[in-house]
Design a protein around this ligand. Structure first.
Ligand code: 2HA
Ligand code: ZN
Length: 274
């Protein structure tokens, strides 16, 4: 038995590899964090470093994440390498009692820090934990090509993106009835983009970063990966349909969307419908 044999760690590593196989993680692109359940922390405890790293301030703070533990990909590390050498590419982090600093308690054995987007992940975890009464545990950032391509042609509004995606595949309104948020282009990695994203994540479980990528959240790896996959698949269909050069000749109407919502028992964000 080893740290990497723990069920939740195996699931985390598998998700990293799934994202790599989809082509969403060129070079060091993208990052994944998971907030552990108390019993999962206990499973990890026997394998933690006897001498934890020093506390590092994040520039952001969250009361509801004091003392939590997160699995995180490493800054500058490649998703491609996670399966081969998890101990060098991912880490387990402990958050301090003030909720403003992390320290590494396992992993990144050859040195390094958690993802440069950890401030965004951290604030997103905070707002999603509050919005879902503790259910949300996964924040996933990836660079899928089609959703990024859409940010060059559509107005950068949540309404425009949500409608285009809902209309691009019939399952979309069922998978993300609340729609997707859109963050305008911003410098990545800092507290400003973290704050802007988390503001949107109060209402949405996914947020597009213009000309950059997508953030998704969810209670487990399947649902969060599935959300990323569904949004990117819809974006691919949109890009393909537009690429055929005729424009959109017919689509799923707003009444069709309402009919799907009714039959599947989901509530669509009404202000996004005509
Ligand atoms: O980790 O994706 O947004 C590299 C990135 C930064
Ligand atoms: Zn990125």
């Amino acid at each position: 038995m080893a740290f990497t044999d723990i069920e939740v760690v195996k699931g985390y590593i598998r998700m990293c590899n799934d994202g790599w196989l989809q082509g969403w993680h060129e070079r060091n692109g993208g990052n994944l964090t998971y907030r552990l359940r108390p019993e999962e922390v206990e499973q990890c405890r026997p394998y933690l470093n006897t001498l934890p790293g020093g506390w590092v301030k994040m520039g952001v703070q969250a009361d509801n994440l004091r003392g939590e533990y997160f699995l995180a990909t490493g800054s500058g590390k490649y998703f491609r390498n996670v399966t081969e050498a998890p101990q060098d590419n991912i880490c387990l982090l402990e958050i301090n009692d003030a909720g403003d600093s992390w320290r590494i308690v396992w992993g990144l054995e050859k040195g390094g820090r958690p993802t440069s987007e950890f401030p965004s992940h951290f604030l997103n975890h905070s707002v999603r934990k509050a919005a879902t009464e503790g259910a949300c545990r996964v924040i996933y950032h990836a660079h899928p090509a089609n959703i990024i391509a859409m940010t060059y042609v559509l107005p950068l509004t949540s309404r425009d993106f949500t409608r285009a995606l809902w209309q691009s595949a019939t399952e979309c309104p069922v998978v993300f009835p609340g729609g997707v948020g859109v963050v305008p282009w911003m410098v990545p990695g800092g507290a400003d983009i973290a704050m802007a994203t988390s503001e949107l994540m109060k209402e949405f479980d996914a947020a597009v970063w213009a000309h950059h990528g997508l953030f998704c959240s969810g209670p487990d790896f399947d649902i969060t990966f599935g959300l990323m996959h569904t949004i990117e698949k819809a974006a691919e269909i949109y890009v393909k349909a537009m690429s055929m050069g005729q424009g959109i000749k017919q689509t799923i109407s707003d009444d069709n969307l309402r009919a799907i919502a009714k039959d599947f028992g989901v509530t669509l964000r009404e202000e996004f419908l005509d």
